[in-house]
Design a protein around this ligand. Sequence first.
Ligand SMILES: [Zn+2]
Length: 560
Amino acid sequence: MRTFSFLRAASIALLTATITMFAGSAHATIVVNGKTVSAWPDLEPNQPPPGIAFDRVGAPGIQLFPHPSGVVRGLTILVDFSDQTGAYSKSEIDDWLNTQGYNKFGLSGSIRDYYLKQSNGLVDYQNEVHGFYRAKKAKSYYQGGNAYERADELWAEVIDALDAEVDFSKFDNDHDGKTEAISLLYAGDEGTFGKGLWPHASVSNDQRDGVRVNRYMMTAMDDQPTNYVFAHESGHMLFGWPDLYGVGDYSIMANRGANTNPVGVDDVLRADQGWIDLVDITSTTNARYQATPNGVVYRYRNPARPTEYFLWSNVQNVGEWQSLAGGGLLVWHFDKSINGNNPPQTLQLAVVQGGGTRQLSATQWPSPGSAKTDFFGKGVNTEFAATTKPASKWNDGTASGLRIYDIGASSPSIAFSVGVGPLPATGDGGSGGGGGGPSSGASGAAAHAGSPFGGSSGAAVAGGSGTSFAAAGAAGASGAPSVGGTPGAGGTPDVGGARSTASGAPSTGSGGSSSAAAPALSAQDEAGCACSTAPGSSRRAALAWGLAALVFGAIRRRRR
Ligand SMILES: [Zn+2]
């Protein structure tokens, strides 16, 4: 039951500096983090250790996806056209991408803020902005052609044109000969999925300045900055995450539920990155725990296939998650051996819906998005075990042995028990750690003594330390009847409404100077993936499948 807080050791120091001019004095006084210093500190990003590539899978059991960390330098290139100029300025884009505490255009944070928050300070994604580059041909031209043809043409043209002014090697953050994050932001609306220009992530083989100009994405400026698409495509580009169709509104890689201020990264992907602390439950664990939002998450791995696991945490519908219909203990089923999410096939990442239904994993988009009955907790379903509905089975149908029971009501601190025997009378388990600050999350985890990670002997549930619970009393609750879930509660007729409510915001106030009005792009109609622009409803499902394959494939294959 070791926790994974080690990455926090590499937490980046974000300096706050002020400069004060003394009256009549010719020099400035520089104050950094409250101390007067003689010179501006070196703000160059920390270099990754030699030989460490962001996309090399590393730590045992996590980092199954690429995992850039520290200051990650991206390049964003602005492109406009003779028939389509940008609706806002380069300096406004620079602010949107890089300014901490950004709050213009109705956004509650910049792109940099988004990933700083989701990573608990571990990923400081900054973009150097170049452009506007005026494309050689009109946008109407690039919007034609077949599939990626014209998008690829624009990409090649832009990289060639910018070569003289951009040192691309600056954007190979981990010095593995490949850039990590180049974004092309084109003026106007997003376009049409599958033709011309539309938001997507891809890879390139162009060699410039001694590096391969490798992972990139492109998306539209639209009428105003919004965070969903940029954050989503960055998810593909920076971390190699797939589109997560079939998980409703529970991930930035899923539905476009809220466009301007989107939901966060789900806790499975966050745990894989090492952004939140993780406690491994084993078959011998017998304990009561607390779960708090952004605190410790809990995982139970398949001993036969360790990249399949259940993971659960406390998700509350506040902050970036405010568009969700409810809160509680959200249980995920992850299986890396499955290649992405293609409902209704078994998903790589699925929400185990507490109400016992499976309509999330059986559908694509745009609904359902979320429902109160998706969560476990008092009032919905207080147990997840071998014979409950849903049952804690692995994807091959075998029993996992996991039993989570006596799950408390949804609140900022949810108690639950794990195991099959009576709970130790001495109390055990730690609190989930305080949410928020990077360092606080680890506190709860410290209450767990460590058998080595993945070790089978997880017997060492540390009694006593940390916040001990009235475990004896809790033990009596183990007989909690297996709750079948509130029948019919999974119908989620209200979900669509919730989503469209949340999505109403972005379109208001956008003024609409350009053709970017694009009503088809509203979240209500939008696909789970930002890479699409809502194909006609009759074609939606088919295109969704194609989209998943194309986008995920594009991430993995070398294009051009
Ligand atoms: Zn996508």
